[in-house]
Design a protein around this ligand. Structure first.
Ligand code: ADP
Length: 722
């Protein structure tokens, strides 16, 4: 809640607001102004008492100096950036005037307390925060007292200075100076506690940022490491199969790691002013078009159109090919990363339209998710990533920071215009100069193709996701939710022997697939676009159709808290990257084994309400709902699978898969068993005849009833009565 003095302070801050000042300067300006106002009010009161009550008219000029000082000082103080100079100059004038007034009224002994005026001014100077001026003010105050002291022997108090007036004025000014000292002390203490709070808050934020940074960086490191270690393991086990693809994958993942390390080192180099710049002169249009080439197939595989406006006219200018490659490929890979399927990316290289305009613009515009207003400038900060968009897209937040530093190094500018949900437009403006040595191939040979490739996100494309890799129906169905194509390939290599595999490239896709196919088990990454693994997990566990499916989370975060978060969201297991093949197989197998045990418990005896079971809470709940429904409706012959689907809000296929996952039984057979068991109970315990028992259990055809009964219990219904 806002305290009243907070709103007064807020109003003062608004009144004194100056965009040229730093927040800390603004704070000093506030307190120095308050000091001036308090002093002014006191001066008005004192002047009234001294002139009107004590009739000290001959010192009227002193009041005039004050009024003039404030009349000039207040407006200047508010408008000028150097408010500290204003307050110090005005207060120096007051201190000097106080010295003359003391000389007029008979020196220090009859000073009416004016000795304190200079001290008050010097203390006001403390609040303005200019140390040199404050020292000067205190020094000048001491000098004025010294001057009056030196003249003291030759001074005689005039008639209008009575003993009584001197005493009253002296006491009043003493109170005033005491109040002022108290004011400064309170301010100091408040400031100290505010400072301590701010420091604690700053530390907390740094800590938070560090954790976030480590999480992101560790994800970026652990994912390639998973593939590298995994591939090495596969090559050792199955050298023939992996001799070609293995080293390729290891190399490409190592390059990704190297690129990351280089990005960090580059930033450190730029910071230390040690990044050299190697300008060449070439056709920048041709060079940028060359850079877009490797991104075409990626865009295509994600169903994104990459449109480059082709200008026939070459644009010759100086640029550093390596740095431009880093800048542009970062903009391209971000545009692809943050644009959903069906989107467009436009690349445009604009020449100056006016003769005097010596700037070239490279514009990368996409129709993706865009950037929230409040984040638009922060994205160029190191490690900054836009959060709270319901997903966790892998990344380090380093790319744009480095791009912006590199643009600055080439004396250019980078800016972004964006509207959330509609797309982002990045413009790199570079100076058009032609002084560097011309390069025949426009700098293309100076860049390393591998570094461009390392910057291309290795994501699973929608066309890849969803493929069944094996069709053997007896194998459990595993849904892998992972956006990194190399990790997917590695997982596929180790799991395809034992599972039928279905793929999803992000949490949203994973959720849709899980609802559709009801897999036996899910293996999911955490950091993914559109919807992250935790969000997907939460929605899976809140949905009656999917809440039974065991989920193993693959993550880069191995700390205890992160594990707790995963388990809280309902994960059945939590596997930290990089993981070993054995560990993964064992965990998946253990979970399926547990399922089998549960199936035995839940599916063995139909129609017996399952006991409360903490371990299988969701599953028991589902079975209870189903059993209640069957019990209620089973006398109705027309009641069947369709009615169950309707009231459970599930499709036929979903119900079949969910039910068989829980009980290893078919829902049709289960329903029939329930009916027969009910009929048997009616025959044995309630004395019904065969016809009554059959009708009350939903059988209209007696011979069909007898056949089924015989199949289920091994005897005819009338034999049971006997
Ligand atoms: P990262 O490695 O996380 O992509 P960047 O520095 O390249 O790091 O980008 C910082 C953040 O800026 C990203 O996390 C993303 O939120 C935002 N961003 C960058 N480019 C785009 C874009 N084209 N569309 C939407 N958001 C973007």
């Amino acid at each position: 809640m806002e305290r009243p003095n907070d709103s007064i302070l807020a109003r003062i801050d608004r009144y004194l607001a100056d965009p040229r000042l730093e927040p800390e300067e603004q704070l000093r300006k506030r307190w120095a102004w308050i000091w001036m106002v308090v002093t002014f009010v006191f001066v008005v009161i004192t002047s009234f008492i001294e002139l009107v009550v004590l009739k000290l008219w001959p010192i009227w000029w002193f009041g005039v100096v004050f009024v003039l000082g404030y009349a000039v000082g207040f407006p200047l103080f508010r408008r000028l950036k150097r408010f500290d100079l204003v307050i110090n100059i005005v207060f120096t004038v007051f201190t000097t005037a106080a010295m003359f007034a003391m000389l007029q009224v008979g020196g220090l002994t009859h000073s009416l307390g004016f000795v304190f005026i200079g001290m008050n001014c010097a203390m006001g100077s403390i609040l303005a925060g200019n140390l040199r001026w404050t020292i000067g003010m205190f020094a000048w105050y001491c000098i004025t007292i010294l001057i009056v002291g030196i003249f003291q022997p030759s001074l005689t108090p005039p008639d209008f200075i009575t003993q009584q007036a001197n005493t009253i004025s002296f006491v009043g000014l003493t109170f005033w100076i005491n109040a002022c000292i108290l004011f400064i002390v309170i301010l100091f203490m408040k400031d100290k506690s505010r400072y301590e709070k701010a420091e604690a808050e700053k530390l907390r934020k740094i800590d938070e940022a560090k954790t976030k940074l480590f999480t992101n960086i560790s994800h970026e490191f652990r994912t390639p490491l998973t593939v590298i270690l995994g591939m090495a393991e596969q090559m050792e086990k199955n050298p023939e199969k992996w001799m070609k693809a293995g080293p390729e994958k290891i190399t490409s993942q190592s390059r990704i790691l190297l690129r990351l390390v280089n990005q960090m080192l580059d930033i450190a180099k730029i910071e230390a002013d040690e990044m050299p710049i190697n300008l060449i002169n070439g056709d920048i249009g041709k060079f940028v078009r060359y850079l877009t080439e490797p991104f075409h197939s990626l865009a295509e595989s994600r169903n994104i159109k990459l449109i480059i406006s082709q200008s026939e006219k070459p644009i010759f200018t100086d640029y550093d090919p390596d740095k431009l490659m880093h800048i542009v490929s970062n903009l391209f890979s971000n545009a692809i990363k943050f644009t959903p399927a069906g989107g467009r990316i436009y690349v445009n290289i604009e020449q100056p339209t006016e003769e005097h305009e010596k700037v070239i613009r490279i514009i990368v515009k996409d129709t993706g998710r865009g950037i929230p207003q409040e984040s638009a400038q922060k994205i160029f900060d190191r490690f900054y990533q836009v959060s709270d968009q319901g997903d966790q897209i892998p990344g380090t937040g380093l790319g744009l920071a480095l791009a912006s530093e590199l643009v600055k190094l080439m004396k250019g500018k980078i800016r972004v215009i964006s509207e959330e949900g509609k797309g982002a437009e990045f413009t790199v403006s570079l100076p058009l100069t032609n002084t560097a040595t011309a390069s025949k191939d426009h700098g293309i040979s100076a860049i390393n193709q591998e570094s461009i490739n390392a910057g291309i996100p290795k994501t699973v494309s929608p066309s890849e996701s969803g493929t069944f890799f094996k069709k053997e129906d007896h194998l459990p169905l595993l849904l892998i939710v992972e956006d990194n194509s190399d990790v997917v390939e590695y997982l596929r290599a180790i799991l395809e022997k034992n599972y039928r595999i279905e793929l999803a490239s992000n949490g949203k896709d994973g959720l849709d697939k899980a609802r559709n196919i009801i897999p036996d088990i899910i293996l999911s990454d955490v950091m993914m676009p559109l919807m992250d693994g935790f969000e997907m997990l939460e929605q899976l566990k809140a949905d009656i159709r999917t809440d039974h499916i065991p989920v193993v989370i693959l993550t880069a975060r191995g700390d205890f808290d992160s594990k707790l978060i995963g388990l809280k969201h309902g994960a059945d297991h939590y596997l930290v990257k990089p993981f070993s093949e054995k560990e993964l197989l064992l965990k998946l197998n253990n979970l399926l084994e547990l399922r089998r045990k549960m199936q035995k418990q839940l599916g063995s005896i139909p129609f017996i309400r399952p006991a409360e079971n903490v371990q299988y809470k969701h599953e028991t709940l589902f079975m209870k709902r189903l059993n209640n429904l069957i019990e209620e409706k089973l006398h109705n012959e027309d009641f069947g699978i369709n009615e169950i689907c309707l009231s459970m809000n599930m499709s036929r296929a979903q119900l079949y898969r969910k039910f068989s996952a829980l009980t290893d039984n078919s829902i049709g057979r289960y329903l029939r068993s329930c009916r027969l068991l009910h009929a048997k109970t009616l025959l044995v315990k309630h004395g019904r005849n065969v016809t009554e028992a059959a009708f009350e259990s939903g059988f209209r055809n007696l011979s069909h009833f007898s056949t089924c009964f015989h199949e289920e219990f091994g005897c005819a219904p009338n034999e049971v009565i006997r």
